[in-house]
Design a protein around this ligand. Structure first.
Ligand SMILES: Cc1cc2nc3c(=O)[nH]c(=O)nc-3n(C[C@H](O)[C@H](O)[C@H](O)COP(=O)(O)OP(=O)(O)OC[C@H]3O[C@@H](n4cnc5c(N)ncnc54)[C@H](O)[C@@H]3O)c2cc1C
Length: 289
């Protein structure tokens, strides 16, 4: 296996171009090293950790710019993320163990494109976008269209994620990320649900709501029908019950070693109900009643 440690994005891109499907990007390596040990060895590794300018968190045009090499621990310890994007902070805080959080990067979590990737439901509800670089072009794409299947993204084999742009949610919004896993720590989500809610000025109706579901479909998804059902209405107990059941019906989970599909649907319903009630109370001061 060949190994390269390019110093610039352009050098990394030409290596990916030259080695085509044989090359594998490595950042923190918490997924790649496990794959090398238990699945297959790539023809060559392109370690992007030495490229400057790809890590860090800064304010940028009414939102945050996060470099793909930023570790999950850096996100967890960022006051900016905790204050401005608590839904993403919660995902970082519940991620694996301290040891893994110190090594794993947000870019690796995104590019791995695992249906259970912890940061993905929060990024979907925040309507974040990725800066993508290829040998012949650059583009910016919303994460709502970036994932096409487990492990599959718009980057293909020759692209690099070079930045993550996250707009601040509307004033008065409240968000939450709820994770259900077999163990309390060091475990991948069996189901992850992110909710971001914005009440209207009078705090009577749901003005906007976004619901992101993880580990219950081939890619992380937005529960678009449930969101449409809720918009423009007061969050009554009957509507809450209907919305939670609808979110479960929008999921298409599988049976695997972590859970049956049926149980996952049930958890989606429970977490959606809890997430909506919790964020509504935080945003309006009102219990759902
Ligand atoms: C013990 C353990 C516990 C874990 N627990 C969790 C958990 O609770 N939640 C969770 O979501 N995940 C978990 N994971 C999975 C893993 O830690 C995360 O997916 C992590 O964010 C991957 O980041 P990384 O930097 O280590 O990526 P790497 O392993 O370096 O790369 C992951 C993938 O992304 C690609 N890649 C990385 N960066 C880029 C880039 N900038 N551009 C293009 N492609 C890129 C790589 O080629 C590879 O395909 C766990 C893993 C382990 C080993």
């Amino acid at each position: 296996m060949e190994y390269f440690a390019p110093k610039s994005v352009s050098e990394a891109l030409s290596l990916l171009e030259r080695h085509g499907g044989q090359a594998k990007v490595i950042a923190g390596g918490t997924d790649v090293m496990v794959d090398i040990k238990y699945k297959e060895e790539p023809g060559c590794l392109v370690n992007i950790k030495a490229i400057s300018g790809l890590s860090g968190i800064k304010e940028n045009n009414g939102g945050l710019h996060i470099g793909p090499l930023t570790t999950i621990r850096e996100i967890e310890t960022s006051a900016l993320v905790r204050d401005k994007l608590p839904v993403l902070w919660e995902a970082a805080h519940q991620f694996a163990s301290l040891q893994i959080r110190n090594t794993a990067t947000i870019g690796g979590n995104i590019c791995r494109a695992s249906p259970s990737g912890e940061t993905l439901p929060p990024l979907l509800v925040l309507e974040a976008k990725g800066n993508l670089a290829f040998a012949d072009k650059e583009s910016r794409e919303a994460f709502t269209s970036f994932f096409s299947g487990p492990g599959k993204t718009s980057l293909g084999a020759k692209g690099l994620l070079t930045g993550i742009e996250i707009p601040y949610p509307a004033a008065g919004s409240r968000g939450v990320y709820l994770k259900h896993a077999v163990r309390g720590a060091m475990d991948i989500a069996m189901v992850g649900v992110a909710v971001l809610i914005t009440p209207d000025a009078a705090k009577n109706n749901v003005q906007d709501v976004r619901i992101g579901l993880g580990a219950v479909a081939p890619t992380p998804i937005r529960a678009a029908k449930t969101e449409a059902l809720l918009r423009g209405k007061p969050l009554t107990p009957a509507l809450l019950k209907q919305a939670a059941a609808m979110a479960a019906s929008e999921a298409s989970p599988i049976d695997d070693q972590r859970s049956s599909a049926e149980y996952r649907r049930w958890i989606v319903e429970a977490l959606t109900r809890r997430g909506l009630a919790q964020t509504w109370k935080a945003a309006t001061g009102k219990e759902v009643a």
